[in-house]
Design a protein around this ligand. Structure first.
Ligand code: G3I
Length: 360
């Protein structure tokens, strides 16, 4: 009797389950059958694409705004909001029966130009908490990235506490993070509060240091009673660069679970920079790296969601077409190509999802 895991490893597209064989056609269905959510980032301009919308509805159970919820896209002037694009995404999700997660309330980047000088002039915490309240009171979200990328990236010089210099740190000191989470809990008691970050997945020595710094950072938050529910692990992988280290990743995921935190994979994609010109070879390497990553994170009951950072290559870095042309080729980071055809990455995800053990 071939074990299910060996069957999946053989790349069977029909995933034989003990009781019945069923062809997997939807990533969200196979994820739901294993007790977690599959979703993707989406942008409002994509909702006009008749090729793309049916795919988004069929494949995902949750969306996260790629940029419409960032402060530079929302708060045109202090306290003056243009919610139109974000409203359209939430309305689309509601009509389609999809849940939403939020990204992001507090970040060192993608802030409106008026914010930095105003913070420098008035160190008024309302400039931090008012935005959190305005967004969370308007939209029901399953989870939200309260703070994104507050730590100095792997391999860069960091303060003793590991924090990245930012307008927030300058204005309010390290306590801005605690303040943000408390404000978010008060504004949206039913929403899961997430700290979102990248750099945990790979095996280089700077990633070792970064994982250790992150655990110290999280321990500090938890010790001070900060209402933190989950770690967002972005999952930006590289098929030909700094690869996933499965042992180190497994140990890190166990540390996250030991702290009683959920783990959300928030921005999964696999960069193929440095790959060969042969598209099939690049696609195979992208699929293999995603599989190596998912096999580890999905082997933990802490992992409760996997979202890709775009569902189709058509929308990867779409606004920066010049960047893609400059590189002479398109990224192939996502489960569907620019013509909305499934790629080996899709199969690798379906197999990883289906292979996840039941936890007792
Ligand atoms: O909406 C304007 C448009 O009016 C204008 O014509 C165009 C000119 O380029 O810019 C458009 O806004 C761009 C926006 O994406 C929407 O396309 C911004 O300039 C551009 O900076 C923004 O880039 C986003 C970036 O975050 C910064 O917000 C990317 O789409 C998005 O993929 C990227 O996502 C980040 C996550 O938030 C955090 N983790 C890393 C991830 C990838 O970098």
């Amino acid at each position: 009797m071939i074990s299910r895991r060996r069957l999946l490893a053989a790349g069977a597209s029909t995933l034989a389950f003990p009781a019945q064989a069923q062809s997997v056609t939807s990533l969200k269905a196979v994820a739901a059958a294993k007790g977690f959510v599959f979703g993707s980032a989406a942008a409002s301009y994509e909702l006009k694409d008749a090729d793309f919308v049916p795919l988004l509805l069929a494949q995902t159970a949750q969306l996260v705004p790629e940029y419409e919820m960032k402060r530079d896209a929302l708060e045109i002037q202090p306290g003056v909001y243009d919610f139109a694009a974000l409203d359209s995404l939430f309305a689309f999700a509601r009509r389609g029966g999809l849940s939403m997660r939020g990204h992001t309330l507090v970040w060192y980047y993608a802030n409106p130009k008026w914010l930095t000088p105003l913070l420098a002039a008035r160190r008024d915490e309302k400039l931090l908490t008012g935005h959190i309240q305005a967004v969370l009171r308007r939209y029901p979200m399953e989870s939200v990235d309260v703070v994104n990328e507050a730590l100095a990236p792997p391999g860069t010089a960091a303060r003793a506490d590991g924090l990245r210099p930012s307008l927030w740190l300058d204005a309010f000191g390290p306590g801005y993070i605690d303040t943000a989470f408390h404000a978010a809990r008060a504004a949206a008691p039913g929403t899961r509060l997430v700290y979102n970050e990248w750099g945990f997945e790979q095996g280089a020595v700077e990633n070792d240091r970064f994982r250790a710094t992150t655990l110290r950072f999280l321990d500090g938050l938890l010790k001070r009673g900060v209402p933190l529910d989950a770690l967002g692990m972005q999952g930006h992988l590289s098929a030909f660069g700094n690869r996933v280290d499965q042992r180190k990743l497994r140990d890190f995921v166990a540390e996250i679970r030991a702290r009683g935190l959920a783990l959300l994979i928030t921005e999964l994609d696999v960069e193929d920079i440095g790959g060969p010109s042969d598209i099939a070879a690049r696609d195979r390497a992208v699929a293999d790296e995603a599989r190596r990553f998912l096999d580890v994170v999905l082997d933990s009951p802490a992992t409760q969601a996997v979202l890709t950072w775009n569902l189709s290559d058509r929308y990867v870095d779409a606004p920066d077409e010049w960047k893609l042309k400059l590189m002479g080729w398109r990224f192939r980071k996502t489960p569907y190509d620019t013509q909305m055809r499934r790629k080996p990455l899709w199969d690798a995800m379906a197999q990883a999802f289906a292979g996840r053990r039941v936890f007792y």
